[in-house]
Design a protein around this ligand. Structure first.
Ligand SMILES: [Zn+2]
Length: 349
């Protein structure tokens, strides 16, 4: 049989990758949503998996934020028990393994997952994720870190309670307690100020959690500046709108802040007008530390390989560029140095 020539982008598949920005609660597989809905009798208002696909995936830029939020709630509904949360955690680790991700930082928002569910406690959620990480790492050679999210727009006290529960687990005896490494603020930044969340960020930092913040996605460079100066974020989710402000770019570089970049997500939320106009190439050329991420893989119907292909095709980044980006990203991982060192020695020497 004649061998078929490799697809041009097959080299992307085998590159060892670092993936920092992936929402567990925005990345449940289509088949899993369907399966859990049937098993647990959850009414999603659809009769077939084809209909489900239409309400649980975003594949074209959305016309309103409400439209985007509606889609998230479909994923949220099936994260309804310890067992299902554990399952989805393991599946995200399996997906990472398939994308040749060697270090994954998975994030989740207890307040969002728990919303509207009387019988689901923060403890069920956190234990489900931690047990999922433990089993996932036994099955797949992926080093996993966890980032807990406080959601802007949800009750501040609920966010505070969730953070305190996260800290209890972090300081507790679970075999994967040391995997709880980061704290994040997510959801719309517009109309909020960095100061509004300073108490949460300070509590998290004092407990030993690293800080990343969604910023400069639906807001401008000034918000990115506040995220850095007021909240002391070490990494920024997106940060895209800082591109047109030389001073903020300089601040990002001076403080060695890392930007978690997600091309498809930025296009689908209209943060950028098109994939080709995304400033990733500009950030990279300016010497800003970046990583390549999916944000909400299954909700957007993408995987990480797809994002690398987009960047290679539209922004001309090469194999060497991707190796450099991942090597550098590893240094910005929130995982402890002994775990990072292992990954460095094995994949990035
Ligand atoms: Zn995000």
């Amino acid at each position: 049989m004649e061998e078929t020539p490799n697809k041009d982008t097959d080299w992307i598949k085998t590159l060892p990758k670092v993936h920092f920005h992936l929402h567990l609660d925005g990345s449940v597989r289509l088949n899993t949503i369907w399966d859990i809905a049937l098993k647990d009798n959850i009414d999603l208002g659809v009769q077939s998996i084809e209909e489900l696909k239409k309400i649980c995936q975003i594949t074209e830029p959305m016309s309103s934020l409400q439209e985007v939020l509606d889609v998230f709630w479909v994923h949220q509904k099936v994260l309804n028990s310890y067992a299902n949360i554990k399952r989805v955690t393991i599946e995200n680790i399996e997906d990472a393994f398939k994308d040749e991700v060697v270090l994954l930082e998975l994030r989740f928002a207890p307040t969002f997952i728990a919303a509207g569910k009387q019988n689901l406690s923060n403890e069920d959620i956190i234990r489900g994720v931690l047990d999922g990480v433990q089993e996932g790492m036994q099955k797949y050679p992926v080093e996993v870190g966890l980032i807990a999210i406080a959601v802007r727009g949800l009750d501040h006290e609920a966010n505070k309670r969730a953070l305190n529960d996260i800290i209890k687990f972090k300081d507790g005896s679970h075999a994967c307690a040391n995997r709880l490494v980061g704290f994040d603020l997510a959801a719309g930044e517009s109309g909020t100020q960095a100061e509004d969340f300073l108490d949460l960020v300070t509590t998290a930092r004092e407990a030993g959690l690293h800080i990343t913040v969604h910023s400069g996605e639906d807001t401008d460079a000034e918000h990115v500046r506040q995220t850095i100066e007021v909240l002391g974020a070490e990494r920024i989710g997106h940060g895209i709108r800082s591109w047109n402000d030389d001073e903020v770019i300089q601040l990002i570089k001076d403080r060695n802040i890392h930007l978690e970049i997600s091309l498809s997500s930025n296009w689908l939320t209209k943060t950028v007008p098109s994939i080709a106009e995304h400033p990733i190439g500009k950030f990279y050329e300016a010497g800003v530390s970046i990583s390549i991420n999916t944000d909400d893989a299954h909700l957007m119907g993408i995987d990480l390989i797809h994002e690398y292909e987009l960047i290679a095709e539209n922004h001309g980044l090469t194999r060497e560029d991707f190796i450099k980006i991942n090597k550098d990203a590893l240094e910005h991982s929130f995982l402890p140095e002994d775990i990072k060192g292992k990954v460095r020695d094995q994949y990035f020497k």
